[in-house]
Write a new protein. Structure first.
Lengths: 509, 340
């Protein structure tokens, strides 16, 4: 396979967005008859690279070749015409149309200007047969499982001219059996000579299906490897951009947290106890225990189920099973409002879309949750509001000339502090921080982490989520390790090192 | 000039400018526009007419402002005006002696309750079923007129109960009674939303419903509430409309009011994208709409082109309020002022 020339070759691709270098001199090769996995953490540049290849973005510099010829697709349609087809994560099909209609939409076989239904249905059956599926193509798509829908989406882009198939997280909403079904189809297509680019966050699946792996980190090409020659552990360390030897250090702050953990008396009540909480397709049932002053770190790669865990506890998603106990009492939590009333706070990872109200003032952003907690009728006076806001601005070091400025004027780090302030104002017993350090500068990161340690000392139970394992270790008194939407281990004391986390993730259950 | 700067920073400044421009036009081009006579102890004149005839739209605009602040819309208010008029007319009854069938307070309360129920229906569809507001309220936009027709048995009911005429025709201290209704409703709404956290919650839901939910705000109930309130405002508006003409006409009462009211809110500076809302702006917006209508009559614009003229003026006012357009104009004419 390595002897032949690659079907797709991207050389020295650069792409800059305002303020961000998304891709820097990235190389990428894709061969005929292989399944190639593109791996990387958040912000690695995976999706930007795919979007350049499929004509959604135009690269600033660099060349792309298909079968040795330079191509410049400027729209997704142009890329499709060249034989580069994409099936996106969110299946964009019409659920209320029949399977056959979905496959031939915009491209229906015609007879005398009218749609030739008989031949359309027959052709649809033929295409699906290629994927080893025999279903009634006249039924609406909605009546089939997501796996089948996924395959219909694949069938739709598979015509004779297809050379490259890009699958963007196709398995994220499938169960094990459905994944196997999909993989069978992918293997068949690969054996027929298609070049398949597969993007996933599931490590095990990468090893099950891919022949070759390209790793990106922060927009930089890390390397291209043959899957069976790249141990899982090495893959993880390359994705995180750290040499294995680095993982063995035990920092002073970790020792400190260990002391702190040791200082915890057993007489303390668990502020949060979670028993077998779970939701199909979101996260497998898990247990958690959080004492006053605990910082529980959730460590795992992107898509490992960290946020899903937080969403269940905070009532954004409703669990199918399991119980939540707050300070020893069982509580039914089925909405963020309910969770808040029980003393849980949640700083979302998606600050922009789920957190900050850009047009409201900093004061209003801070006061919002407290006001929602105390109820509409118990209105805080303007004076009291300003007082609380100013206190928070001072204690968290939010850089703003006034509490009345609009929140959108703040930098990312300061917005993050506003989110923190919003929840601290409600005086929670449990605070969940989802990637509080993402997208902010190093100085602000340190400040946020200092705040977390300070909060835990004051008796708050904190759940801390971060993709940066060293951050998790620096702040946490214990660490839960997640992988492929499941909690697989809990590490304490001396086990809390980056290399242990890596080995745990790489080693499976 | 501190007062000027603080006025200029008020959100209703540009709507106010638009209104003043319109009034200045009348000052120069419409004879006797500002003449106010005193007849039987009441003020009469175009300006008073604007207040009086604009009252129903102002009442609607108050309710709609909150709906639009949540990034919603309520196009059923015109039809709910007809429902309110129909219900109150049927309960008072068309006795020629002017003796009401039921006490007038009872009839009015029932009419308003029916309208609140209509608003709750809209709110249920939007907040619980998740229907798009324009579709959800389209149902009552159509059905409301039908309900109004049913209550009046498809007839125009004429009322003779004198006391009921106070709402739409009466005067207090020389001014139309309906304007006091507007002032009271405006103040109540202002106080209830701005002196509690309700206004902030409404804006939060309009800016980002997801973030609002994540911040522990019960967004569904906020939505339900604003639509119910819009129904309530439409109910009061309907009473005024019915009282003004002392009749209830299911087909024509409140016809097209929803568009005038939406226009008033938008002219007043509240964005259809939701978020920050300006009650005072909406009142000024309603005054602009009514002044425009009155101007067109008083100036003697031929009826066949009056709608076109109205559209052109509205278009101009919207441009005036666009800060992008203003800076474009400023860039062309007075480049120096930009640096201030």
């Amino acid at each position: 396979m390595a002897v032949t020339a690659p079907i797709v070759e991207m050389r020295k691709i650069n792409k800059t967005f305002p303020g961000v270098k998304a891709l820097a001199d990235v190389d990428f090769r894709l061969f005929k008859g292989e399944v190639h996995a593109l791996m990387g953490q958040n912000g690695a540049g995976k999706s930007t690279l795919v979007k350049v290849l499929t004509g959604v973005y135009k690269q600033d510099s660099g060349a792309m070749m298909l079968n040795g010829k330079i191509i410049r697709p400027d729209t997704p349609l142009a890329a499709q015409k060249l034989g580069i087809n994409t099936v996106y994560q969110e299946v964009n099909l019409c659920l209320n149309l029949s399977v056959a209609e979905n496959i031939f939409i915009g491209n229906e076989p015609k007879k005398f200007g009218k749609i030739d239904w008989t031949s359309m249905n027959r052709k649809a059956e033929e295409v699906l047969e290629r994927l080893n599926i025999s279903i009634d193509v006249t039924r609406t798509l909605a009546s089939f499982s997501i796996a089948i829908q996924q395959m219909v989406a694949i069938a739709r882009v598979l015509d004779t001219s297809a050379k490259v198939l890009i699958l963007d997280e196709p398995t994220s909403s499938l169960d094990e059996h459905e994944v196997e079904q999909l993989f069978k189809v992918i293997r068949k297509l690969r054996d027929e000579g298609l070049a398949i680019l597969f993007i996933t966050h599931f490590l095990d699946q990468t090893y099950q299906i891919s022949d070759r792996i390209t790793i990106l980190k922060n927009g930089v090409f890390v390397g291209e490897y043959e899957t069976d020659k790249l141990p899982k552990l090495e893959l993880i360390s390359k994705m995180l951009g750290k040499e294995l030897s680095e993982f063995n250090y035990s920092s002073a702050s970790v020792d400190k947290s260990k002391e702190l953990a040791a200082a915890m008396g057993k007489d303390k009540v668990a502020v949060l106890r979670v028993k077998q909480l779970g939701l199909q397709g979101s996260i497998a049932p898990f247990d958690l225990e959080l004492y006053e002053g605990d910082v529980l770190g959730l460590a795992g790669l992107l898509g490992s189920g960290r946020t899903e865990m937080a969403r269940l506890i905070f009532g954004i998603d409703n669990a199918e099973q399991g119980d939540i106990f707050i300070k020893g009492k069982k509580r039914a939590i089925n909405s963020p409002h309910g969770a808040m009333m029980q003393g849980i706070g949640y700083c979302t990872e998606d600050r922009k879309n789920e957190g900050i109200f850009a047009e409201l003032s900093i004061r209003e952003n801070i006061i919002l949750a407290l006001q929602a907690k105390s109820g509409t009728l118990k209105h805080l006076s303007a004076k009291k509001q300003t007082e609380i806001a100013n206190e928070m601005i001072k204690s968290l070091g939010i850089k703003t000339p006034s509490a009345e400025n609009e929140a959108r004027q703040l930098s990312g780090g300061n917005q993050q502090k506003v989110m923190l302030a919003r929840w601290l104002a409600t005086q929670p017993v449990v605070l969940i921080l989802d990637e509080p350090t993402r997208g902010i500068d190093v100085g602000a990161k340190l400040e946020i982490m200092e705040q977390i340690l300070k909060l835990s000392k004051s008796g708050l139970g904190v759940i801390f989520i971060s993709s940066e394992f060293d951050e998790v270790l620096r702040c946490s008194t214990k660490v839960a390790v997640l992988k492929d939407k499941e909690k697989i281990a809990e590490l304490r004391g001396e086990d809390m090192t980056e290399s242990r986390i890596m080995h745990t993730i790489a080693g499976g259950k | 000039m501190a007062w000027w700067r603080s006025l200029k920073n008020k959100k209703f400044f540009w709507p106010l400018v638009a209104l003043v421009v319109l009034l200045l036009f009348n000052l120069f081009f419409t004879p006797h526009f500002f003449r106010i006579e005193i007849k039987e102890g009441h003020f009469y004149g175009n300006v008073i007419d604007i207040l009086k005839n604009g009252a129903p739209i102002m009442l609607l605009a108050i309710g709609l402002t909150l709906v639009i602040a949540t990034k919603g819309i309520d196009i059923s208010v015109g039809s709910i005006v007809a429902v309110s008029a129909g219900v109150v007319a049927m309960l008072i009854g068309g006795s020629l002696q002017g003796i009401p069938k039921n006490p007038i307070w009872f009839a009015m309360t029932m009419a308003i309750l029916v309208c609140i129920a209509a608003g709750l229906w809209n709110g249920m569809l939007v907040s619980r079923i998740g229907m798009q507001p324009i579709i959800a309220t389209l149902i009552l936009f159509v059905a409301g007129r039908g309900i109004a027709m049913v209550t009046t048995n498809a007839m125009i009911v004429w009322l003779y109960a004198k006391p009921f005429a106070l709402l739409g025709q009466g005067y207090w201290f020389g001014l139309p009674f309906s304007i006091y209704l507007v002032i009271v409703l405006f103040l109540l709404t202002f106080l209830v939303t701005r002196r509690t956290s309700l206004g902030m919650f409404i804006e939060a839901v309009g800016i980002n419903p997801k973030a609002a939910r994540f911040a522990g705000i019960n967004a569904k109930n906020i939505l339900l509430g604003v639509y119910a309130f819009s129904g309530f405002c439409a109910g009061i508006s309907g009473l005024v409309v019915c009282s003004t003409v002392m009749s209830a006409d299911g087909n024509n009462a409140g016809l097209g009011f929803e568009l005038d009211a939406i226009l008033a809110v938008v002219l007043g500076g509240t964005s259809l994208n939701g978020g920050k809302y300006y009650l005072m702006g909406s009142i000024i917006g309603a005054l602009i709409v009514q002044t425009l209508t009155t101007t067109i009559y008083a100036f003697g614009v031929p009826p066949e082109i009056s709608r076109v003229v109205k559209a052109i003026v509205v278009w101009g006012m919207c441009l005036l309020q666009s800060s992008k357009f203003r800076s474009m104009i400023a860039g062309v004419f007075v480049k120096k002022e930009l640096s201030i």
